[in-house]
Design a protein around this ligand. Structure first.
Ligand code: ZN
Length: 401
């Protein structure tokens, strides 16, 4: 088979738009883009056309993970975890490179990074060679209030300054690496000892709205870590582009998100990973289980309301493996009640829209010829480790036989 085919014959095709599986499709590729998709039974190939035969396989768009922490290894060892958060760039850059390799190996073609204390991922993106053609969008350091959750992923707003003042000072400083988005931490973590216990918001609604306005001046969307009703409500009202986690945000907020076209990245995988690590008699295991059940309820409600959901794994968090976690999160979305095609849409079309990756995330004419060939039935996709035959990016085979 040719590494840069002109045609690909797909036995089954999931195009990323959430619709049903299409059968027996012929994809024509020109200059790295999809030129046309037709019924393979009705089309004949030109003489000497280079064909990739995936007639016994399923073809899906390359996957996108909207929430990762590339600077962290996903180790469960408590000592190693606490040490790695504040390592030097010289050390962390090797972790980032290894995580990017795992990411691409899992069929992931783009990631959005949620931040690290040293801002190392943003620096890596700007200074070291990111494994072309993997796309990385990086926050650098997230913003949080002194004494509140967020130290592991970012920096505090200096006392006496507003969030807007801190942001302006940072973004306007000469020689500063510009991030791809602004990450703001507006709640704590989910309680693992008391089910459903919510934390107070970190910022006022007006402060968040000012941050969104400043972001617009720099063409930077605002990404909000928020759990619980009040922290999430403030972020939606302020115009943040996406809510990360959103545990216990409640129905009113889901309706608000549908109205405002706010994206939601539910990140169930880290809760599942932590639950799996808890010993059988650990009371936190039951809290995790209930947290997941509640998040599943919210995912079903979001689907009913038409909330735009994008897939993010929190890879790098405790026990959440870079690359492989995408399959876990897809499986969890299906467990929550989404069809496989809808779960894949969250990791393709919706994710590309959230990350503003034009011409990505769908298999349709005009889009990049970026796809995964998964053998043989679509159900295989949810197996871990992911088994795929080949990964093509912009028409070029980058992984697989
Ligand atoms: Zn995160």
């Amino acid at each position: 088979m040719d590494s840069n085919p002109h045609y690909l014959h797909a036995g089954r095709l999931i195009d990323g738009r959430g619709g049903p599986v299409l059968k027996n499709r012929l994809i024509e590729i020109r200059n790295g883009r999809i030129h046309a998709i037709g019924n393979a039974a009705k089309l004949s190939l030109p003489v000497r056309a280079r064909l990739y035969d995936a007639s016994r396989a399923t073809v899906i768009p390359g996957l996108i993970d909207c929430h990762v922490h590339l600077a962290w290894a996903s180790t469960c060892d408590a000592q190693m975890r606490s040490r790695q958060f504040f390592e030097s760039y010289a050390t962390v850059r090797h972790t980032i490179a290894a995580n990017l390799e795992k990411t691409l190996n899992a069929g992931i073609v783009a990631v959005r990074d949620g931040g690290d204390a040293g801002g190392h991922t943003l620096r890596f993106k700007n200074q070291d060679a990111i494994a072309d053609p993997l796309i990385v969008k990086a926050a650098g350091r997230a913003w949080h209030q002194p004494g509140r959750y967020g130290r592991l992923i970012g920096r505090t707003v200096t006392p006496g300054r507003t969030l807007g003042q801190a942001l302006c000072a940072r973004l306007a400083a000469p020689g500063v690496e510009q991030p791809d988005h602004i990450k703001i931490v507006n709640s704590g973590l989910n309680s693992l000892s008391a089910y459903g216990r919510q934390t107070a918001p970190q910022f006022k609604r007006d402060e968040l709205a000012e941050a969104v306005r400043i972001g617009e001046q720099y063409r930077l969307p605002v990404v909000a870590h928020a759990n619980g009703a009040e922290p999430v409500r403030r972020c939606i009202d302020a115009g943040c582009r996406s809510i990360e986690h959103g545990y216990f945000m409640g129905d009113d907020n889901l309706a608000r998100m549908a109205d405002r076209r706010t994206f939601w990245v539910p990140t169930v995988a880290p809760m599942q990973a932590f639950m799996d690590q808890c010993k059988i008699n650990d009371p936190r295991k039951e809290v995790c289980r209930r947290n997941i059940e509640h998040q599943f309820d919210q995912i079903r409600r979001a689907k009913q309301l038409g909330v735009k959901m994008a897939l993010g794994t929190d890879a790098g968090a405790n026990g959440v493996a870079h690359g492989r976690a995408v399959i876990n999160e897809l499986r969890l979305f299906v467990q929550a009640g989404l069809k496989l095609e809808e779960a894949i849409q969250c990791a393709t079309q919706r994710a590309a829209e959230l990350l503003e990756l034009e011409g990505r995330g769908m298999l349709a004419p005009g889009q990049a010829a970026t796809f995964l060939v998964v053998p043989p039935g679509p159900g295989q996709l949810l197996q871990n480790p992911a088994k795929y035959e080949a990964l093509f990016i912009a028409g070029r085979r980058v992984r697989g036989q």
